[in-house]
Design a protein around this ligand. Structure first.
Ligand SMILES: C[S@@+](CC[C@H](N)C(=O)[O-])C[C@H]1O[C@@H](n2cnc3c(N)ncnc32)[C@H](O)[C@@H]1O
Length: 260
């Protein structure tokens, strides 16, 4: 597995000339980056409906402040409330795509992941970006459901694979869902971006060397340093959030990637 320090845009070249799909679109921040890479097609899947989000908090929550934590985090991300911000995001993105020079490559499926998945033939997708509900059961469910739709030499990019104390309070357990999936499948991780939020690229084990080589090339072309580590180390990946004094004497929080 190639470990690199860059944000998730580093992986967008993998969609070039490929059939791309994104599950969880919101304002289209990543979708618009994918579109720049000229995919063969790009299907954007999001119900834009709070009721289709699924549960964000487990039934047994010993912290008792999960809702409060979530309201705080979601309040700054979904400004004006979930319902209104999703509605506005869909309207704005549709408009933006309609006027985009590559807009003809895009198709919207305003549906929840499970329903949208049924519309795809097996092995018909080359690149899938998964960025919907980040709780364990939803992530694992999505990986199992979409796996058969990916072509033999396809990849899945999974967003929000970070583990921190804050992520735990929000019940983000994407990496745990991905870990379970990898332990029981013929897929392997080939890329891990350690910049905040962390994305992981997975592919079928038989294509591991091909994709690692491709990711190394992308890193070299973008001036990003990388190292190669055993794929099993992904299971212990997390961030330490530590305070350090910078060169100006300012105390800042730093996210440091760790496997220890
Ligand atoms: C974190 S946002 C996506 C951000 C986006 N990928 C980007 O890069 O800006 C999560 C999105 O997942 C969507 N979502 C929630 N449940 C979903 C489901 N069952 N199927 C598809 N999308 C879902 C939400 O509506 C929300 O827009």
């Amino acid at each position: 597995m190639i470990v690199l320090h860059a944000d998730k845009n580093i992986f967008t070249p993998l969609v070039h000339n490929k059939v791309g799909v994104e599950v969880g679109v919101f304002k289209g921040r990543y979708a618009l980056e994918l579109l720049k890479m000229l995919p063969k097609s790009l299907t954007l899947i999001d119900p834009y409906d709070p009721d289709a989000y699924g549960s964000l908090i487990p039934e047994d929550d010993p912290t008792n402040n999960a809702q409060e934590t979530l309201d705080g985090v979601y309040g700054s991300y979904y400004v004006g409330g979930l319902k209104e911000s999703l509605k506005a995001a869909y309207k704005n993105l549709k408009q933006e795509i309609a006027g985009h020079e590559n807009g003809k490559l895009v198709k919207f499926l305003k549906l929840p992941s499970a329903e949208a998945c049924e519309q795809f033939a097996d092995k018909s997708i080359d690149f899938l970006h998964l960025d919907a509900n980040t709780r364990y059961d939803y992530v694992l469910g999505n990986l199992i459901r979409w796996e058969k739709k990916i072509s033999d030499s396809g990849v899945i990019v999974i967003d929000n694979c970070y583990v921190t104390a804050d992520a735990k309070l929000q019940h983000i357990s994407t990496l745990e869902g991905l870990s379970s999936f990898l332990k029981l499948s013929d897929w392997t991780p080939v890329g891990l971006s350690t910049a905040r939020w962390s994305n992981v690229v997975i592919c079928k084990k038989v294509h591991e060397n091909h994709f690692m080589s491709l990711i190394k090339k992308i890193c070299i072309q973008n001036g990003v340093n990388f190292l190669e580590i055993p794929p099993q180390m992904l299971h212990s990946y997390h961030h330490k959030v530590e305070q350090f004094e910078d060169i100006n004497g300012q105390i800042n929080n730093y996210w440091t990637a760790s496997f220890s």
